[in-house]
Every structure is written in C-alpha cells, then in structure tokens.
Write a protein that binds this ligand. Structure first.
Ligand code: NI
Length: 159
C-alpha cells in the first residue's frame, strides 16, 4: 500500500465526472487500498478517487465503524434534513455549514464487487452524499451556507 497525494481545490481533476468501474482489476484493488491508507493518514472520514487524481467511481468512508468501500455508488432514496459543519481533505483547514439529508439509502459494489445496499443516518448519510458528489465533480463548498471558516482541528470531519 502507498499513500497518494490528495488533490486540492483548484485542481481541475476535482471538477470532472468519474467513470464507472466494470471490473476489479489489480490496479483498482491497489487504488482502493491506497485510498483507505491515505484517508486514515489524513484523519478523514471519507475519500473519493478523484481526490487522489483517479477519475473512477470509487469512494472509501469510515465514520468510526470501520471502512466501507463503495464502487459505482448510487443514492436510491433520501429523507429528512441535517445542517452542520462539513470539511473536505481537498479543502484543508476549512469548514462550512451544509444542509444534507439525514437518511440515505445507497447501493454500490463492495471491494469484492458484490452488490450491496445500506442505509445511513447522520454523519454516514452526510459522508455518502459528500463523497458521491465528488464523483460528479462537485465539492461541498458549492453548497456552503454563509462563509467557509477555519476548522477546529479537533472537531474536523474531513471528507
Ligand atoms: Ni471531500
């Protein structure tokens, strides 16, 4: 495994639409392992492939319950609402208030290319929405209510 360089806001790769993954090649497996390592090293709760410069529909998320790999994730349903601070590993040191669904249902292929469906609430719902948007070239900063502010390092949940 290896750490990958996290691309920062302003890098045009973060605004591109990612391609679906059709086959779990050795290269994709290595990418997934590297993404998880890179996310943990940066103390993030989520990381999307374009954040390490790869335009494929893959995200890793860990909100404290262990890593979840999502390949070709698709949000099926959302409900409720939550408003709170959000951060992103591509926008280091900053946070901003974003309103998200409080509950999402998502289907995806896991790291073995098995089809899965899970439901998430609160931080997991927020992380899923944030990461899936990365795959379509969007950053949370487009949705921030008010201004970005300096993040409190101890409270940061960077994605
Ligand atoms: Ni992010």
């Amino acid at each position: 495994m290896a750490l990958r360089t996290i691309r920062l806001q302003g890098d045009p790769i973060l605004n591109k639409v990612c391609r679906e993954v059709s086959e779990l090649t050795p290269r994709i497996k290595t990418l997934i392992e590297d993404m998880a390592e890179t996310m943990y090293e940066a103390n993030g709760v989520g990381l999307a492939a374009p954040q390490v410069g790869v335009l494929r529909r893959i995200v890793v998320i860990d909100v404290g319950d262990g890593p979840i790999t999502m390949i070709n994730p698709e949000i099926l349903e959302t409900s409720g609402e939550q408003t709170g601070d959000e951060g992103c590993l591509s926008v280091p040191g900053k946070a901003g208030k974003v309103t998200r669904p409080n509950h999402v249902k998502v289907k995806f292929y896991d790291a073995e290319m098995e089809l899965c469906e899970i439901e998430g609430t609160e931080l997991l719902a927020r992380a899923i929405c944030h990461e899936v948007e990365h795959l379509d070239g969007h950053l949370y900063t487009e949705k921030v209510e008010g201004e970005l502010h300096d993040a409190n390092i101890e409270e940061e949940d960077d994605q």
